[in-house]
Design a protein around this ligand. Structure first.
Ligand code: HXC
Length: 272
C-alpha cells in the first residue's frame, strides 16, 4: 500500500513540525489502513515508531515505507505478533525499548471484523473478534504498562460508533468496541493519578479503508455521504489529525474521553 501522507502534510497541518521530536509511539495494527496513517503523521511530526502486526512481511515493508518520510526517522516493523498473546506483545515491547529507547504513546488499533448475521455467527467467531479487539487492547496496555508509567504516557484505543445505536450483522464488533470504551474509561481513572492518560478515537465512515469497502461495498457513495452532516466521508488524515491533537500538549487535559471523528454521522443514523 503506498504512503498516504507526504511532506505536504507539514505545510497544511495545524501542528508544528517537531512536536513529537524525541517521542516513541507503539502501534498495534500499524500496518493497517487507518493506523498506518496515524503513524505517518506522527513520524512526519518528529516521532519514532514501532508498528506491530501478525504479518511479518507487510509489517516490515510498511515500517520501511513510513521511515522514508523523515531523514532521521526510526520506524521498527515487528511482525509475528498476535495481540491475543500477551507474551508476544511483551517481546515486541522489549525489542522496541532496546531499539528505540522507550515508549511514550500507545495506539491500540489491531482489529478484526466481518459482516455476519447473528444466526450464522458462531460462538468461536464472536470470541475471535472479542479476543482480537477487546482482549487484544487490554493485552497491549498490559505489555506497555511499565513504559507508560515510567514515561507518563498516553493511550489511544481505536473504538467505533456502531454500538451507540445497534447495527445488524455487527453484534461481535459492537460488543467488543463497547468493552473498549469501558476499558479506556476505567484506565483513565485508575492510571490518571499515575500520570497516564487514556482516550478513544471513534472513527465514522472512513474512505479508502478495508472497513469502508466491507461495510459500504457497492452502495452509492453519494447516497451514503448525503446522510453525513458534513456531506463527505472521513479521510485517514482526519483520524491522524485527531490522534496528533490528543497526543500533543493541546490535548493535555483530555482523559477518559471518546473523540468521535465522523462528520456528525452517528447523530443522524438513528433508526426512524
Ligand atoms: C462468519 C466468520 C467469518 C465470516 C471468520 N468467521 N470469518 N464467520 N462470517 N465472514 C469465523 C470462522 O468460521 C471461525 O468460526 C471464527 O470466525 C474464527 O475464524 P479464524 O479464521 O479461525 O480466526 P482468525 O484467523 O483469528 O481470524 C480472525 C478474523 C479475521 C477476525 C475472523 O477476519 C481476521 O483476522 N481479520 C483481520 C483483518 C480484518 O478483519 N480487518 C478488518 C478491520 S476493518 P468457527 O465456528 O468456524 O470456528 C474494521 C472496520 C469495520 O474492523 C469493518 C466492517 C465489516
Amino acid at each position: 500500500m503506498p504512503l498516504t501522507l507526504d511532506q505536504t502534510y507539514l505545510t497544511r497541518s495545524s501542528f508544528k513540525p517537531d512536536i513529537f521530536k524525541g517521542k516513541v509511539v507503539f502501534v498495534t495494527g500499524g500496518a493497517g489502513s487507518i493506523c498506518r496513517v496515524q503513524v505517518e503523521a506522527m513520524v512526519l511530526l518528529g516521532a519514532n515508531a514501532a508498528i506491530i502486526g501478525r504479518n511479518q512481511l507487510k509489517t516490515e515493508s510498511t515500517a520501511k515505507e513510513i521511515e522514508s518520510l523523515r531523514s532521521d526517522a526510526k520506524v521498527l516493523g515487528i511482525g509475528n505478533v498476535d495481540v491475543r498473546d500477551v507474551q508476544s506483545l511483551k517481546r515486541a515491547v522489549q525489542l522496541t525499548v532496546e531499539q528505540l529507547g522507550k515508549i511514550d504513546y500507545l495506539i491500540a488499533g489491531a482489529a478484526g471484523n466481518f459482516l455476519s448475521d447473528f444466526n450464522n455467527l458462531s460462538s468461536n467467531a464472536f470470541k475471535s473478534v472479542i479476543s482480537i479487539d477487546l482482549l487484544g487492547s487490554f493485552n497491549t496496555v498490559k505489555a506497555c504498562y511499565e513504559q507508560l508509567i515510567k514515561n507518563k504516557g498516553s493511550i489511544i484505543f481505536i473504538s467505533a460508533t456502531l454500538h451507540y445505536y445497534g447495527i445488524p450483522f455487527q453484534a461481535h464488533v459492537s460488543a467488543a468496541k463497547a468493552g473498549i470504551d469501558a476499558l479506556s474509561q476505567a484506565l483513565a481513572v485508575e492510571l490518571g493519578p499515575l500520570g497516564v492518560k487514556s482516550n478513544c478515537i471513534a472513527p465514522g465512515i472512513i474512505e479508502n479503508t478495508e472497513g469502508y469497502d466491507r461495510l459500504i461495498g457497492d452502495n452509492d457513495h453519494k447516497e451514503v455521504t448525503k446522510k453525513i452532516p458534513l456531506q463527505r466521508g472521513g479521510t485517514k488524515e482526519d483520524i491522524a489529525n485527531a490522534t496528533c491533537f490528543l497526543f500533543s500538549d493541546a490535548g493535555n487535559y483530555i482523559n477518559g474521553d471518546i473523540i468521535v471523528v465522523d462528520g456528525g454521522a452517528w447523530q443522524t443514523f438513528q433508526p426512524a
